[in-house]
Design a protein around this ligand. Structure first.
Ligand SMILES: [Zn+2]
Length: 276
């Protein structure tokens, strides 16, 4: 559709005193945002959300676990759901705080502002990926670029593909991830390859480079830490090795998302009352 403000010219003119000045039309800004989002790797379904309460651009505010009917749940499940909502609220507050921090640091280019990463950790279905992807989307809308989102197993699949390809090099895949202002590594520790040494080398390179450049990395994972009270394995360190694990602990302090798998809960509530 042609922009009605500028008739597709991409700019408009306004008169100031005796001068007529050319200004870029707001549609150009949206075009740029969509191009950034397209290159970012943020899954499209999350690009319509915002962590902000009232986004000005028509995106949907992210809400903590809502719309899950407490009706039909056992007392135990209802309690779990409350815990889950509480931990989501806490995680959401941290995401918003980081958003402000990154924005300030990257807009002012003030290197004295620390830009720590963080890790969203918890069972499947607690909204970790949604939250992290939405935070990245907010940053793109606010003009922070480039940012990158990559799913862990997908990354290694792409790398494997690149080794047999004449057009794509390993560095074509890794460099944008190394240099992104903010990187989200989704589902860290999932089964990516039988070759653990290779996986650990790649991940070590990526994280060490970002650490050296003081660029924040956001991680989501289902794997618990062996230091967590009452946690049982397999732990993240089992999947990544102790050295990588301690680097990640330093770069990405964990934010725990407790509770239960909301998707599973919905299904079980639906299936209740069904015969047999
Ligand atoms: Zn326009």
């Amino acid at each position: 559709m042609t922009c009605p403000l500028c008739n597709g010219r991409g700019f408009s003119t306004k008169t100031e005193g005796i001068y007529e000045i050319v200004v870029a039309c707001s549609c150009q800004r949206m075009k740029q945002i969509h191009a950034e989002l397209g290159a970012s790797g943020i899954p499209q379904k999350y690009q319509q959300y915002s962590l902000l309460d009232a986004p000005a651009d028509g995106r949907i505010p992210f809400k903590e676990a809502e719309g899950f009917y407490a009706r039909g749940l056992s007392e135990g499940d209802a309690l779990e759901l409350r815990h889950c909502k509480m931990s989501q609220k806490k995680a959401l507050a941290i995401c918003r705080e980081r958003y402000e921090t990154y924005l300030k640091a990257f807009q002012t280019k003030d290197e004295s502002i620390p830009t720590p990463g963080f890790m969203l950790r918890g069972p499947c279905g607690t909204g970790k990926t949604h939250m992290a992807a939405t935070l990245l989307t907010d940053l793109v809308y606010a003009g922070v670029s480039p940012v990158r989102f990559v799913e862990y197993t997908q990354l290694f699949r792409q790398l494997r593909y690149s080794y047999g390809s004449s057009e794509l090099r390993e560095s074509d895949i890794l460099e944008p991830l190394v240099k992104a202002k903010v990187l989200c590594l989704d589902d860290l520790g999932a089964q990516a390859s039988d070759n653990t040494t290779w996986v650990q080398d790649i991940l070590g390179y990526l994280l060490n480079e970002r650490y050296g450049s003081m660029l924040p990395t956001i991680i989501t994972t289902n794997f618990p830490d062996e230091l967590d009270e009452g946690a049982s394995g397999p732990f993240l360190s089992d999947r990544l090795g102790v050295r990588l694990r301690s680097r990640i602990r330093e770069m990405c302090p964990a934010v725990h998302m407790t509770g239960l798998d909301l998707r599973q809960l919905m299904d079980s509530a639906k299936n209740k009352g069904k015969p047999g």
